[in-house]
Write a protein that binds this ligand. Sequence first.
Ligand SMILES: Cc1cc2nc3c(=O)[nH]c(=O)nc-3n(C[C@H](O)[C@H](O)[C@H](O)COP(=O)(O)OP(=O)(O)OC[C@H]3O[C@@H](n4cnc5c(N)ncnc54)[C@H](O)[C@@H]3O)c2cc1C
Length: 374
Amino acid sequence: MMVNVAQRVATERVQPIMDRHPINQPLSKQAMLEIYAVLAELGITAPRLPIEAGGGGLRMLDYGMMIEQLPPVVALSLISHEGTIARIHHGCSPDIRDRYLPDLIAGRKIACTANTEAGAGSDSGAVRTKLRMDGENAFITGSKMWITNASVCDVVNVSCTIGTDANGRSMVRRVLVDRSEVEFEVRETPVMGLQQGHLSELVFDETRVPASHIIGEVGDAAKTLTLAWNGNRPLLGLMCVHLAQKAFDLALAHAKEHRQFGKPIGAHQLVQQDLADIETHIVTARLLCYSALDAIDRGARANGTSAMAKRYATQACERAIHLAMQVHGGMGISQEMGLEQMWRDARMFQVPDGMNGILALIQGRELTGIGAFR
Ligand SMILES: Cc1cc2nc3c(=O)[nH]c(=O)nc-3n(C[C@H](O)[C@H](O)[C@H](O)COP(=O)(O)OP(=O)(O)OC[C@H]3O[C@@H](n4cnc5c(N)ncnc54)[C@H](O)[C@@H]3O)c2cc1C
């Protein structure tokens, strides 16, 4: 029932908002707020929070099956938003929670998390953005890049360093920055896919925030990010599954209708093999992602399983869309069919929350007990 509702809401209420805007430009803040109001009604703006805290209290598997139904641009924005809500809920004082969570859960405000920097991507703990404490205030200086939602957000959870420990590693702290209170620079970054979404660079220059906006404890940023990533990775895999399934549906219909050599191309054996391969890629990707989410629901840390699911799903779905384009011949590369956009969108997911090389290393570390990162 939840999947059916999510599918109907996505088709009848979310997609029409997106269709009113250019397909290759970031959606306006107004459009995003309209979409968030719908997501709030669906009960998935805070799926990982308990019901008593105003959240959805959903199992990760149920949430993942709903995420799979949403347009990927919206789904990616949502996991940035709701992941930040979860961090505020778990790491902030009751005052801060009461001040921000109701509007964020109702979709009246949008949140995001900024960790990545030029030298702190895969090496997420190496952040250099500085946090300087001064009594009741804290000051942020540094820059972030590739931040989902940043240009349309109201609050951003920024990872900063307060110095290095005895081993030379950054001591990372997270700070909630409220855009209605302080100015900082935000520049949208044009990219190949998910072009109605928002990816930006942020620049902080002695940006003043109240010390009460610091989230959690010293050193817990990496741990919190890891826990979020384990859940997010299969969700990102399912966003690719959504795209590959759409491509497959088009390819199957095309194979039955389009004719060459006097019969439908679907009656030629090699085209049937392409269709069989596409379906196999999609079904295996979907099941691996479901299995990782189910493992998390059963209390497993699921480090290796989540990494395996995202790496496999992003690659298999990219291949599936490529094959669906092949089945379409010339039409496969036309903008009219939308397959080239699905392929560009799917390619985007090989980067966030662990590049595929890094995900292989995570799985390898789980298998061998030996880290091969440094
Ligand atoms: C759509 C999208 C949304 C995003 N959203 C956010 C967001 O909301 N918040 C945020 O903070 N960030 C976000 N990011 C940033 C993303 O998390 C980083 O881009 C990603 O972690 C990779 O970092 P990088 O770009 O610096 O690449 P690098 O880490 O420099 O990687 C470059 C290459 O080197 C390889 N590599 C690196 N280290 C090793 C190693 N030890 N061994 C072997 N190979 C290695 C990688 O696998 C990769 O192939 C987003 C990115 C995208 C594309």
